[in-house]
Design a protein around this ligand. Structure first.
Ligand SMILES: *[C@@H]1O[C@H](CO)[C@@H](O)[C@H](O)[C@H]1NC(C)=O
Ligand SMILES: *[C@@H]1O[C@H](CO)[C@@H](O)[C@H](O)[C@H]1NC(C)=O
Length: 232
């Protein structure tokens, strides 16, 4: 009698082990819902607004190379690159953007400006953003840049408007640009009063020029500043 119960219990436990193993195995084979690429099926409500954030939202789901190749061959990407290149050409004409410049792009999003500057022939372009987008953009807080003073010849940002602490953002940007270097900003289109307000935040810079431009179809104002030669 005991033997029968014993063998029954043994069978029961083997059965349980088999069921548990099968369950584990099937869980292992099944793709978790959270890893399904967002392209299939489309879930527009889960997408970020159409902006540079688009790029980061798909990051965990694709190997970096594949994702980058797809992004970089897209028409949208190339149009933006072209649009950004046009903005830097007048600065190049002023002689302020030689190929050997060391450039920092702050809040560089997916890295359009980094790619645009590289395509213009600038050798040393660094892009930073709160979220990294390798290989063009690495992660850094614009309010606390991980660079030495005067490490760059040229600082650029197209997202000064979005800075949480504009004064801090400005102070950091001009800190890492060498004396006599360039700070170049794009802000939402504005008149001379607002331009003056922005310039005032860059205490260690002098105003060179501002222009109304169209940047990727958006009307913006570009502001060109030079960092002062001595920080007196
Ligand atoms: C800078 O680089 C670009 C692209 O490589 C090249 O076409 C251009 O001539 C270079 N400019 C200078 C001044 O060397
Ligand atoms: C740029 O546009 C703003 C707003 O439309 C305007 O007030 C300002 O005068 C323009 N600036 C220049 C230099 O045209």
């Amino acid at each position: 009698m005991d033997n029968q119960i014993d063998s029954f219990l043994k069978k029961l436990s083997y059965g349980a082990i088999a069921i548990a193993s099968l369950t584990l195995f099937s869980l292992f084979l099944r793709t978790p819902d959270t890893c399904v690429p967002q392209e299939a099926p489309p879930k527009p409500h889960l997408r970020f607004p159409k902006s540079s954030c688009d790029f980061t939202s798909t990051r965990p789901h694709l190997p970096s190379d594949k994702k980058n190749n797809r992004l970089w061959s897209s028409r949208d990407w190339n149009n933006k690159l072209h649009s950004i290149s046009l903005i830097f050409l007048p600065i190049r004409d002023l002689g302020l953007l030689p190929n050997h410049s060391k450039i920092l792009c702050v809040s560089a999003g997916a890295g359009h400006e980094v790619a645009a500057l590289q395509s213009l022939g600038v050798d040393d372009v660094t892009g930073v953003e709160l979220y990294d987008s390798p290989p063009l953009v690495s992660r850094a807080d614009p309010h606390n840049l991980p660079f030495f003073d005067a490490a760059f010849d040229f600082g650029f940002t197209a997202r000064f408007d979005e800075a949480l602490f504009p004064a801090r953002f400005a102070a950091e940007m001009q800190r890492v640009v060498r004396p006599g270097g360039v700070c170049f900003l794009l802000v939402g289109e504005c008149g001379s009063h607002e331009v003056r307000d922005v310039v005032r935040l860059f205490r260690n810079c002098r105003f060179v020029t501002s222009r109304n431009i169209t940047f990727i179809g958006i009307r913006m104002t570009s502001i060109l500043l030079r960092t002062r030669k001595s920080s007196s």
